[in-house]
Structure formats: structure tokens, C-alpha cells
Design a binder for this molecule. Structure first.
Ligand code: FNR
Length: 381
């Protein structure tokens, strides 16, 4: 099969993965309205074509929180990545490092901090959920510092989990789930051999290191479910500063007032995100939410954005709407599931090429020249 776009990787991932894993990645919350809008609204953002402007010199380089990036892209934290490819976090982190962009390790990764950090030659980012078990959080922060993590990404849009109907239908959860997952694994032999057998241990590495015993998939759902903390507020984030003095990004901002509060708190960055449509279905797409947030806080902290980004044109659109850097979620995971680290590497190449075309044809020679002027303004009438 010829692979020329993220959608090709998605199709291969669907064939390769047992359905419970494919739908866990691909699905969103409730009726998936926000999931669809993320992609559709972004695609609707019209780029403004400019011509005859000598675009021979282009630079995609940028700086985010003091780090040099080859392009304004980072891999988003995605739980269970080591179930989509053998030791998947390590493979994805290596591909990101080769391309000069950050990889963000999820709290609920398969590979622990101590396995991923030494495998790459640039500092990685680490994502933490706000969990009731503060002992775990303190332990994770100390280990992150010891592993040389440069930036902490604090995800705050999960005080409760959004219901994902697909998970119950696919066998990820629901009746007879362990039996259904086993059946799906044996009917997907490539995955069963490569990841199911050779990719062990299938542990939640960061959590099992803390708890001192293996944490399997069933445990994962139980432990996380018991650990969401709906009582969380800005004041609860203060104590993190005692254990983490490096850059801190708040992930899951969708409202301009919350972005202002992040500035008052002293955050170094935010990720404008609706968690890829996996939390509150019905909230606006990031493409819709981002401009008002950028108007409220641009220049006061780093603005990252994700949800719905599938190609380099989408990256340029997000930057034109006000982001400084764009996170890839499903886009890199489909490529990883389909073709491992080589797939992620190829996807990043495609994104870079697409960005170059978009920049030449919108007349932006550098990332800072991409602005709302790069877009066709909506008709005021
Ligand atoms: C996620 N996301 C996520 N976010 C986070 O902060 N911690 C996590 O562990 C996870 N896990 C996770 C698993 C899967 C399978 C997906 C698809 C997503 C959300 C992720 O970081 C990002 O916000 C979205 O993926 C962005 O949307 P797109 O680009 O996937 O549409």
C-alpha cells in the first residue's frame, strides 16, 4: 500500500491492531461530535494564497520554553503507546528526537521514564495527571527530574473520565472484555507476535515502579478510575512547585478565562486542547477555541494546541490561529501502529514537507511570519 498521508496510516493501523486497541485510539467521548468537529473545523480554516514573493529561503525552526525545535511540533502524551507497537514509547521518542522535536511521555505509558529517557539524545517531556495519590505524583516528579525530563505537562481536563461508548463495544471494557481481547489478539497474529509476545512486559511502567508490582490493563482501568480527583483546583497545583522547578505546561485549556488563570498561576505554557474529543463531547473544537485564547494570553506564556491535527497544513493553520507549537496525537499513533518508529519518522517528514508547501504558498518565510494574515478572513457580513 502506498502511504502518502495520515489517513493511509490510519487504514493500516485498523487492519493491524486488535479492534479494542484501534477503537481505543480512534474513538472519542459520547456521540463523538467534538472529535469530528476537531478535524472538520480545522480543515475549514482557509489559508490565504500568496504568490511571486521569492520564497527560496524558508526556516521551520523555532524555540519553545528555551528548547530548539526543528519545527513547531511535539508528540502529545498518549497512554498505552507500548500496546500499539513493541515498546512503542521508545520507538516514537527516538523518531521524534531524530527529527528534532519533543516527545511527551504519558503518566500511563507502558515503558517507564527510566526506559525511554536514556534511549534518546534530547530531553523529553513528561505528562502528569492530577491524581488523588499524591505520593505517586511526588515520586513521579522526582523520577522525572532524575531522568532529565525538561518540561512537565500537567493535564487538567480529566477530573472525571468522559464515557467512550466505543470501548464498551470493542472489548476494551464491558462484559467479557478479557476474553474478547484475547480472541482479538489471536486473530491479529502480526500484532500478537510483535507486540503481544515480544513487547512484554505490558505494564504501566511509571505506576508499577511506584507500587512495586506489575500493573496490567485491568489494574490500569481500576487504578485510574479510583484516582481521578474532581476536587482539584489551582491551589492544588501550588505544591507541585515544591517538587518541580522546571517549565510547566497546563494541558486541557479551552477557555480564555482559564488561560488567564494559567498566566496568574505562573504556568510557562498551556495546551489548548479538548483531549482529542475524548472528554466532554459538545465542547468547541480547538480551532474554534484557540483565537480567543490567543487574544487573551499571546506572548505571556507558550501556547501549544492539539486535537484534530492530521497534516502539515493543519499545523500551519493552528499557528495562524495563535499557537506557538502544535501537538500530534492520533496522527503519530496511527503511524506507529502501522509501521513502528519508521512510520512516525515518515509521518514527521510528511508534515515537514506539507508545512513547507503551505508556508511557500502563504508567503511565510519563518514560523513567526505565520499569522492570522495567513488566513482568509471570514466575511464580516
Ligand atoms: C490521549 N490523550 C492523552 N492526553 C494526556 O494528557 N495523557 C494521556 O495519557 C493521554 N492518552 C491518550 C490516549 C489516546 C489513545 C489518545 C488518542 C489521546 C490526549 C492527547 O494527548 C491529545 O490531546 C489528543 O490526542 C489530541 O487530539 P488528536 O490529535 O488525537 O485528534
Amino acid at each position: 500500500m502506498i502511504i502518502s498521508a495520515c489517513s493511509d496510516y490510519r487504514a493500516v493501523a485498523q487492519r493491524t491492531l486488535p479492534p479494542f486497541l484501534f477503537h481505543y485510539i480512534d474513538g472519542g467521548a459520547y456521540a463523538e461530535h467534538t472529535l469530528r468537529r476537531n478535524v472538520a473545523d480545522l480543515a475549514d480554516v482557509a489559508l490565504r494564497q500568496r504568490v511571486l514573493r521569492d520564497m527560496s529561503e524558508l526556516s521551520l525552526r523555532t524555540q519553545v520554553l528555551g528548547e530548539e525545535l526543528a519545527m513547531p511540533v511535539a508528540l502529545a502524551p498518549v497512554g498505552l503507546t507500548g500496546m500499539y507497537a513493541r515498546r512503542g514509547e521508545v520507538q516514537a521518542a527516538r523518531a521524534a528526537a531524530q527529527h528534532g522535536v519533543p516527545f511527551t511521555l504519558s503518566t500511563v505509558s507502558v515503558c517507564p521514564l527510566e526506559e525511554v529517557a536514556p534511549a534518546i539524545d534530547r530531553p523529553m517531556w513528561f505528562q502528569l495527571y492530577v491524581l488523588k495519590d499524591r505520593g505517586f505524583m511526588k515520586n513521579a516528579l522526582e523520577r522525572a527530574r532524575a531522568a532529565g525530563v525538561s518540561t512537565l505537562v500537567f493535564t487538567v481536563d480529566m477530573p472525571v473520565p468522559g464515557a467512550r461508548y466505543r470501548d464498551a463495544h470493542s472489548g476494551m471494557s464491558g462484559p467479557n472484555a478479557p476474553f474478547r481481547r484475547l480472541l482479538q489478539a489471536v486473530t491479529h497474529p502480526r500484532w500478537a507476535w510483535d507486540v503481544g509476545l515480544r513487547g512484554k512486559p505490558h505494564d504501566l511502567g511509571n505506576i508499577s515502579t511506584y507500587r512495586g508490582h506489575p500493573t496490567g490493563l485491568a489494574d490500569y482501568i481500576g487504578w485510574l478510575g479510583a484516582n481521578f480527583d474532581p476536587s482539584i483546583g489551582w491551589k492544588d497545583l501550588e505544591w507541585i512547585r515544591e517538587f518541580w522547578d522546571g517549565p510547566m505546561i497546563i494541558k486541557g485549556i479551552l477557555d480564555a478565562q482559564d488561560a488567564r488563570d494559567a498566566v496568574s498561576f505562573g504556568a510557562n505554557g498551556i495546551v489548548v486542547s479538548n483531549h482529542g474529543g475524548r472528554q466532554l463531547d459538545g465542547v468547541p473544537s480547538t480551532a474554534r477555541a484557540l483565537p480567543a485564547i490567543a487574544d487573551a494570553v499571546k506572548g505571556e506564556l507558550a501556547i501549544l494546541a492539539d486535537s484534530g491535527v492530521r497534516n502539515g497544513l493543519d499545523v500551519v493553520r493552528m499557528i495562524a490561529l495563535g499557537a506557538d507549537c502544535v501537538m500530534l496525537g492520533r496522527a503519530f499513533v496511527y503511524a506507529l501502529a502501522a509501521a513502528g518508529g519508521a512510520g512516525v519518522s515518515h509521518l514527521l517528514e510528511l508534515i515537514e514537507k506539507e508545512m513547507r508547501v503551505a508556508m511557500v504558498l502563504t508567503g511565510a518565510r519563518t514560523i513567526s511570519e505565520i499569522s492570522r494574515d495567513s488566513l482568509v478572513q471570514a466575511d464580516p457580513g
